[in-house]
Design a protein around this ligand. Structure first.
Ligand SMILES: CC(C)(COP(=O)(O)OP(=O)(O)OC[C@H]1O[C@@H](n2cnc3c(N)ncnc32)[C@H](O)[C@@H]1OP(=O)(O)O)[C@@H](O)C(=O)NCCC(=O)NCCS
Length: 153
């Protein structure tokens, strides 16, 4: 029987030194990416910010804000060439555990109605739409609403 080698994922706290590599992915996968300053502000604010590495290479990252018993997912991203391979799910499951370990009972997030991958991921994990924020995001032809979603942890 052949051995099956499953590459290990490491979840490391995001550091300022990670931001340049993060920005390469960020600029590639979002029409309206965060700036390096947004990541620096997240680190300065003490948000729960993580980099996911496989054999040392960064394959994803995420930022969430933890306040009392609520977690707010601010960014979850998988490198373009690694999407649809289960990494987003692994990252989200890691965040659920991290949020619960800090006393969060519910996770909230915003997503663009046009973001099929984001919506697909969140629905798969049982997030339900709880509202809309009109014109929340910049868009190429004006503004785009945000769907607000939540899930118990
Ligand atoms: C959203 C994202 C993090 C998902 O990561 P991923 O590694 O591709 O996700 P997974 O492979 O774990 O997929 C989990 C589920 O998400 C859904 N999904 C993922 N990509 C999808 C796509 N392109 N279209 C529709 N559903 C998709 C599916 O339900 C999928 O399950 P399945 O493969 O069994 O059908 C990734 O696509 C990404 O980085 N997108 C760009 C950044 C972004 O939009 N982030 C979310 C901001 S709100």
């Amino acid at each position: 029987m052949n051995a099956v080698l499953v590459p290990r994922l490491d979840f490391m706290p995001m550091a300022a030194a990670d931001v340049p590599a993060i920005m390469e992915t960020e600029n590639r996968i979002y029409p309206f990416p965060w700036s390096a300053g947004n990541f620096a502000d997240s680190l300065a604010s003490g948000h729960s910010a993580w980099v996911c590495r496989e054999a040392g290479a960064m394959v994803g990252y995420a930022v969430m804000m933890l306040v009392l018993d609520e977690a707010h997912l601010l960014n979850i991203s998988v490198a373009a060439e690694r999407q649809r391979g289960g990494l987003g799910s692994r990252l989200l499951e890691f965040l659920f555990e991290e949020a619960k370990a800090h006393g969060a009972a519910r996770m909230f997030l915003e997503v663009r109605p046009s973001n099929a991958s984001g919506l697909g991921l969140y629905r798969r994990f049982g997030f339900a739409e709880i509202g809309r924020r009109r014109g929340y995001y910049p868009a190429h032809d004006g503004r785009e609403d945000a769907i607000v979603m939540a899930r118990d942890l």
